[in-house]
Ligand binder design. Structure first.
Ligand code: NAD
Length: 287
């Protein structure tokens, strides 16, 4: 069996074009332009690239972006003050804190300071709670992007045994809630999971997000499984690879996302989608 490759770049472009048209129409109808604020603390090189990409993506679709760069020596109080200013800024509709924050900060405490209405990353307990209760509003970007990919390829997932490998707050946990909501029977594995391959061989759908290059070998998986690879790992030779070994999985899976060009482009697209969602649902009309 040879897998069908899920082209995230193509789907992301399609969705971005739709967003661009909607924003153009808003402007024509006299509605305000969406605004996104990005708070970036420190100097993490990968984060720098991600922030730059977000800025470019915003510009492409007509979202105004404000990047607030704070030095690593900034105080928690100053970060919170910055967030509060954006919370009350009528030109800003989405706020995100570029993660990871330098280790000395209490990330959860800081994320909770973002108004749940401007929580464009969907990490606020209010939004995670709503997803948990089957009533999602602002949904975490990477899982939302993956759900959009599955939908675009008309992959039926109701009733499937889904395994999520990796249990982080930003990918694994909200992913589990999304798949549960979509009718999958979900299992979540993490670094303490014993006999991971027993879960792998039973899974019809695997989402892997652990940050370990080529960790999941194709010989483990069920024939015809759907493989969604979230990992982004840079090898010493500069090559970017996922958490699943592409070549061996490609020969056994039914669908597979490549790295790069799979989940990555969808994550930034979800950010744009969420910014527009906030405008349409919280600010165009009163809730
Ligand atoms: P994280 O470090 O916060 O969490 C990793 C998780 O993997 C943890 O729950 C840990 O228990 C689990 N884990 C580690 N080793 C394991 C093992 N051997 N077996 C099973 N579970 C194991 O990571 P994260 O922020 O969720 O990111 C994971 C990967 O996804 C990274 O490569 C990151 O760069 C990438 N990522 C990609 C996107 C995207 O848009 N494509 C978005 C976010 C993260």
């Amino acid at each position: 069996m040879i897998a069908k490759i899920i082209n995230g770049t193509k789907i992301a472009l399609k969705i971005q074009n739709k967003i661009k048209k909607k924003i153009h129409k808003r402007k024509k109808n006299g509605l305000f332009q969406p605004g996104l604020a990005v708070v970036f603390v420190g100097n993490n090189i990968s984060s720098k690239i991600y922030v730059k990409n977000k800025k470019i993506a915003c510009k492409k679709v007509g979202i105004i972006s404000k990047i607030c760069r704070l030095s690593i020596s900034v105080t928690e109080k100053k970060i919170i003050h910055t967030i509060k200013n954006f919370n009350s800024d009528p030109t800003i509709h989405g706020i995100l804190i570029q993660l990871p924050l330098p280790k000395k900060f209490d990330t959860q405490k800081i994320l909770r300071k973002i108004s749940y209405k401007k929580d464009v990353d969907g990490f606020h307990p209010f939004n995670i709670g709503l997803l948990c209760q089957r009533n999602p509003r602002l949904r975490a970007c990477t899982p939302l992007g993956i759900m959009n990919l599955l939908k675009s390829y008309q992959i039926k997932i109701k009733g499937l045994n889904a395994l999520i490998i990796g249990a982080s707050n930003i990918v694994g946990r909200p992913m589990m809630l999304e798949l549960l909501l979509a009718g999958c029977t979900t299992t979540i594995a993490h670094k303490f999971t014993k006999n991971l391959n027993q879960y792998v061989k039973n899974a019809d759908l695997i989402v892997i997000a652990i940050g370990k290059p080529n960790f999941l070998h194709g010989k483990w998986i069920k024939k015809g499984a759907i493989i969604i690879d979230v990992g982004i790992n840079r090898l010493k030779n500069g090559q970017i690879v996922g958490d699943a070994d592409f070549n061996s999985n490609y020969l056994r899976a039914s669908y597979i996302t490549p790295v790069p060009g799979g989940v990555g482009p969808m994550t930034v697209t979800s950010l744009l989608q969420n910014t527009l969602y906030i405008c349409e649902n919280y600010y165009d009309k009163k809730f």
